[in-house]
Design a protein around this ligand. Structure first.
Ligand code: UDX
Length: 457
């Protein structure tokens, strides 16, 4: 068995993960394939298809040395014995389980392709986040018909977060590898452990059975999202009392048992994973008749949706119950800072709701304008896209911060204010600017989980 690696799927997970493996294992040849020729061309160009701090440097160092991007999927399968599968598994939007279950069509096609193109034994590693028991299904496909080869299916979920992907990959909290407890399963796990131990210490590499590994990924995302929804639920209570959510979060986060991370209140979580994985988890629970457990997790998503509507409700109420014809600049469209990704971004819903209220919405984001244009294609003639925040706010009645980009924290808000119509409103959906100072400047300031600072009440 050769140790060279193929990764099927050149997206947010496959691209950065393979770039890191290539960097840390110069002796291993890593090939990333994708059916999307445009995407592969971008990986081979100076303008990578995803924005991720530090990624470009690593790709530049390894590309053409031991990192290759190609559309030749079948050839890649035939030539490599270790195959990572990092294809996307969005939420199914049709038929049984629509809106909840994972859409596994790309994943299944990939399994069949591996089956058809293999010319020897393979270790197939699930990198995509998948419903529990997917590895078993993958095995069934690989062994369908008659095949002379041995396929060992492992689960190696990726925990990287966007925006910090390279740091997360370089120094992961843990690497999780799930495999069957059989001699061939244990051997395959060791092959993957060896790859990671080139840069990750052995105690951080956990090996479990396949199902624990698959479930751990869904559970980790569900628990992280649950913290955000918990703090966002409390933020609503803070807004109607004198409590301040940042102070409350700080106080509870200092309890070592709770810890300070993922307690930042905001306009809601986004990203390709949280909602999808929770719905997946809930669907799984329902499949096993665990309806109460499913309801418990679904509530995390419901609070998140509510938080977004609540934010728009605050804007409406503060602006005298009408935003029709008013210019509202949205600062940030990405689901979080340091990424151009807008999947499930709260900004999408906020923008749509404001457009429905007939506001003149201006979208400003340093990295996500391309994606924002696609997301709002149906409302094209009713939105303006602007890369300069001062221009976006020119003549605006309100600014709403939806992504905590550093560039929005560091703006000269006196200049922003001077270009706006009066009374000027600032809605901070990420609690990332100095509210007292902005209020002093003349803004009416509304933040998440804090009492409003208004000159007009
Ligand atoms: C997440 C997981 O963190 C990662 O381990 C997994 O592999 C993929 O899903 P990601 O979606 O990239 O990563 O972003 P993350 O940093 O977790 O943030 C998710 C969302 O929660 C963002 O919209 C962010 O703004 C929001 N968030 C996060 C908060 O609102 N408050 C917080 O305290 C933390």
């Amino acid at each position: 068995m050769n140790k060279n690696i193929l990764c099927i799927g050149a997206g947010y997970v496959g691209g950065p993960t393979m770039a890191m493996i290539a960097l840390k294992c110069p002796g291993i040849r890593v090939t990333v394939v994708d059916v999307d020729a445009q995407r592969i061309a971008a990986w081979n160009s100076d303008l990578l298809p995803i924005y991720e701090p530090g990624l470009e440097e690593v790709v530049r160092q390894c590309r053409g040395r031991n990192l290759f991007f190609s559309t030749e999927v079948a050839k890649g399968i035939a030539e490599n014995d270790i195959i990572f599968v990092a294809v996307n598994t969005p939420t199914k939007m049709f038929g049984h389980g629509a809106g909840c279950a994972a859409d596994l069509q790309y994943w299944e096609k990939t399994a069949r392709l591996i089956h058809d193109c293999a010319k020897g034994d393979k270790i197939v590693i699930e990198k995509s986040t998948l419903p529990v028991k997917s590895a078993a299904a993958m095995s069934r496909i690989l062994y369908s018909g008659c095949t002379p080869y041995h396929f060992e299916v492992l689960s190696n979920p990726e925990f990287l977060a966007e925006g910090t992907a390279m740091a997360d990959l370089r120094d992961p909290d843990r690497v999780l590898i799930g495999g069957d407890d059989t001699p061939s399963g244990r051997m395959a796990v060791e092959v993957i452990v060896d790859i990671y131990s080139n840069w990750v210490s052995r105690e951080r590499i956990l090996t479990t059975n396949v199902w624990s590994s698959e479930l751990s990924k869904l559970a980790a995302n569900a628990m992280l999202a649950q913290r955000v929804s918990s703090v966002n639920a409390l933020s609503a209570l803070c807004e109607v009392t004198e409590a301040d959510i940042d102070e409350v979060a700080h106080a509870i986060g200092m309890d070592k048992r709770i810890g300070p991370k993922f307690l930042k209140a905001g306009v809601g979580f986004g990203g390709s994973c949280f909602k999808k994985d929770i719905l997946n988890l809930a669907y799984l629970c329902e499949t096993y008749n665990l309806h109460g457990v499913a309801e418990y997790w679904k509530q995390v998503v419901l609070i998140n949706d509510w938080q977004q509507s609540r934010f728009v409700g605050t804007i409406l109420r503060a602006m005298f119950n009408t935003v029709a014809g008013k210019r509202i600049a949205l600062f940030g469209f990405a689901f979080k800072s340091d990424t151009g990704d807008t999947r499930e971004s709260p900004a999408i819903r906020v923008a749509q709701m404001l457009i429905e209220e007939h506001a003149n919405v201006v979208i400003c984001d340093p990295q996500a304008l391309g994606n924002a244009r696609r997301d709002l294609a149906d409302w094209e003639d009713r939105v303006v896209f602007e890369s300069d925040p001062y221009t976006a706010a020119e003549g605006a009645d309100a600014v709403a911060i939806l992504t905590d980009w550093t560039c929005f924290k560091e703006l000269d808000y006196t200049r922003v204010f001077s270009g706006m119509r009066q009374p000027s409103f600032l809605f901070d959906g990420r609690n990332c600017v100095n509210h007292a100072a902005l209020f002093e400047m003349g803004f009416n300031v509304y933040a998440i989980g804090k009492s409003p600072r208004s000159h007009v009440d």
